[in-house]
Design a protein around this ligand. Structure first.
Ligand code: GLC
Length: 428
């Protein structure tokens, strides 16, 4: 289906701009998938839960707890790799094969629209309904497509600045201040700053943060691509310059989340942009050299704190699942207060239940919770579109080329704009 830019703008005028770009999806599955979505809604039995690598070691204990209470509806954990793009492609392959063994799947917030438009996710309506009233509105939005809820928000994610408080007394609030602090890293013989700069979804997150943090944006207020601007160029230029002058160590061009975490835990970085899951591991890993010496601050921006890209994961029920009644209860289990507290205390994952951020037991254990809530509440969502794979490719390819020096920032931003326009106008 072709979707014209005019249509994109119309959708935005209809009040959808707040969540970014929203395009009408082509329903690839059609009525056959609607039937699939309805079948098995009363049926109970064993199910499989599919998720990326359980870096925080929270999934197995949770599933053991569930299985002890549900001997006839046991959940088996299918663990994918730790790389966002591989997780996405694995899900797509299994949906295309109509795999009935991928019952409940963990969906990155940016895949909801694509999977829902393909009719792969069971709408959480009627018997499948879940109560979202206590959940952070931003997380519910990420699980919603065309006004229908397609998944249960499971964990949220907001970017944080991890820093060495033994070396830096007051964390920088602006990008320039952070770059000035890089002399401290030089004196200490360690790298200054890293984020996620390998060519994958994490680069889309980091490039968007650099652009938003400098006052630019990927999409304009009307929801159409608007990245060829002075402010967006300045944001991308900040990353390019930092690579050039070594403030971002050269090897960070290969970093996904885990490589950056390891470098930081080994004491090799002064500053690290990463998600909240790093807190627990940096504190408890036997090999962490920074257990008592790291702090957490908001991401730095242009004139003050910056804006994170909104991350997070939602749990959805595949339309091909044969045991949707069990899958539905498992979703409710995932968003229950007990599970959400467990995610927070055991894995320092960001709860989707708003009240937990002020829960005194939790804030005593996890002092960074107010900073995290601010990061999530002020986070910028990535574009919401069934054509997200082409959108993220436009951002990744061009920002990567700029970081590697194979395109100037001007060229990169110009090409990004053109590729975004083509991705959002033709549904490539
Ligand atoms: C985290 C975020 C997710 C993001 C991914 C990028 O898992 O929760 O939203 O897409 O990192 O690597």
């Amino acid at each position: 289906m072709k979707t014209s830019r005019a249509k994109v703008r119309l959708a935005s005028v209809a009040g959808l701009a707040a969540v970014g770009l929203v395009l009408t999806g082509c329903s690839a599955g059609g009525s056959a998938n609607t039937d699939a979505a309805k079948s098995g809604q009363d049926s109970r039995g064993p199910i499989t839960y599919v998720q990326g690598k359980d870096n925080s070691n929270v999934v197995r204990p949770l599933i053991e707890k569930w299985n002890a209470a549900h001997p006839d509806e046991k959940v088996t954990f299918k663990e994918q790799s730790d790389q966002a793009d591989q997780q996405h492609d694995d899900l797509v392959q299994h949906f295309q094969a109509k795999d009935e063994n991928y019952d409940v799947v963990d969906v990155d917030v940016v895949w909801t629209a694509e999977f829902a438009a393909k009719s792969w996710l069971t709408p959480l309506t009627g018997e499948m309904k879940i109560d979202t009233s206590k959940l952070l509105p931003s997380t519910v939005k990420t699980a919603t497509y065309n006004d229908t809820l397609y998944a249960a928000p499971q964990t949220s994610d907001g970017g944080l600045l991890y820093y060495r408080k033994d070396l830096v007394k007051t964390p920088p609030t602006t990008w320039d201040e952070m770059m000035q602090d890089c002399s401290i890293a030089k004196d200490a013989g360690i790298g200054c700053y890293a984020g996620q700069f390998a060519k994958y979804e994490g680069l889309t997150v980091n490039a968007s943060e650099a652009i938003n943090g400098a006052g630019g944006s990927i999409l304009g207020k009307d929801g159409a691509p608007d990245v060829d601007t002075t402010a967006a160029k300045a944001g991308l230029q900040n990353l390019v310059d930092a690579f050039k002058d070594g403030n971002i160590p050269a090897e960070a061009i290969t970093y996904q989340e885990e490589q950056g975490r390891t470098a930081f835990e080994n004491g090799k970085l002064l500053f690290l942009r990463n998600w909240p899951y790093v807190y627990n591991l940096a504190k408890t890993d036997g090999s962490s050299k920074v257990k008592d010496t790291f702090g957490i601050a908001p991401l730095p921006g242009k004139d003050g704190v910056g804006a994170s890209t909104l991350g997070g994961h939602n749990a959805a029920i595949s339309v091909y699942s044969k045991h949707k009644a069990t899958a539905h209860d498992f979703l409710e289990f995932l968003i229950s207060n007990d599970t959400q507290k467990f995610f927070a205390t055991q894995g320092s994952l960001a709860p989707v239940v708003g009240d937990l951020y002020t829960d005194s037991e939790l804030t005593a254990k996890l002092p960074y919770l107010p900073t995290l809530l601010k990061s999530i509440e002020s986070a910028e969502p990535r574009p919401v579109t069934p054509f997200y794979p082409a959108v993220t490719k436009a951002i990744q390819d061009n920002s990567y080329a700029a970081l590697k020096g194979s395109k100037s920032v001007d060229e990169a931003v110009k090409d990004m704009q053109a590729a975004l326009e083509s991705a959002t106008s033709s549904g490539n």
